[in-house]
Design a binder for this molecule. Structure first.
Ligand SMILES: O=C(CO)[C@@H](O)[C@@H](O)COP(=O)(O)O
Length: 231
């Protein structure tokens, strides 16, 4: 079942070590077939060196395993919440990439300080509120998804324009139209976090890009007037 999507999700997972986005098994990618109402996700805790396309696990939008020999990623309930809340996304990534985790550890947004950020994120990447003790004890991974959705609702953010979040004192989740696009966004977030960390070390000023530069760079790659690349 969903053999093509399993290959796609496997390939996207294998990009994480290649792009230096994971240490050991600390990350996962999923991809969804909206018509089937099913998504494919990496199994939990399997080293990338031994991972196979056939190891991918098929899950429904209630979080029930539909196919697969292995246990799905421990973050599966977070992916379930995000697929249900953001019905246009096709893939999700979670990593513990160090610069993004640095901002999550400091409970700080990743600010849009330059065109590298503005090319992909239409504004700051938000950090969520911390999860409460009750949330963590109740249904930790599901509540992690809920807190991400609440962050976007409370701050009136468009999840298409800012396809990334930091979960407080945990790490980044990114998403996109496809699993590969979600991986791309995870790498951009890590690069932007590293640059921001360095810039904020050099200067304590507010160095946000002005709105006109944010608009110029975001919209040259997104929307009906985009002109970057080959069209
Ligand atoms: O955050 C954690 C563990 O603390 C997980 O996201 C990470 O290790 C990946 O777990 P899975 O191998 O996907 O179950």
């Amino acid at each position: 079942m969903l053999e093509k999507l399993k290959e796609e999700v496997y390939e996207a997972n294998m990009q994480l070590p290649k792009l230096d986005l994971v240490t050991f098994t600390w990350g996962n990618v999923s991809g969804i077939d909206r018509d089937a109402g099913l998504f494919v996700i990496k199994p939990s805790g399997v080293p990338y060196e031994t991972l196979q396309p056939s190891d991918m696990v098929v899950v429904n939008l209630k979080g029930e395993v539909v196919e697969g020999k292995l246990r799905p990623s421990s973050d599966t309930p977070t992916h379930v919440v995000l697929y249900n809340a953001f019905p246009d996304i096709g893939g999700i990534v979670h990593t513990h990439s160090p610069y993004a985790v640095t901002f999550a550890s400091a409970n700080m947004d990743v600010p849009a300080l330059n065109t590298t950020a503005a090319d992909t994120f239409y504004g700051d990447v938000p950090v969520s509120e911390p999860l409460s003790k009750a949330q963590i004890e109740r249904a930790y991974e599901k509540e992690t998804g809920e807190v991400i959705v609440k962050t976007f609702a409370d701050r009136h953010l468009d999840h298409d324009a800012v396809p990334a979040v930091l979960v407080s004192q945990h790490g980044p989740f990114t998403w996109g139209a496809t699993p590969a696009k979600a991986v791309y966004n995870a790498k951009v977030l890590e690069v932007v976090s590293q640059i921001d960390y360095q810039a904020m070390t050099l200067s304590a000023k507010d160095n946000h890009v002005p709105q006109y530069l944010l608009d110029k760079h975001y919209y040259r790659k997104h929307g009906k007037n985009a002109y970057y690349g080959q069209r």
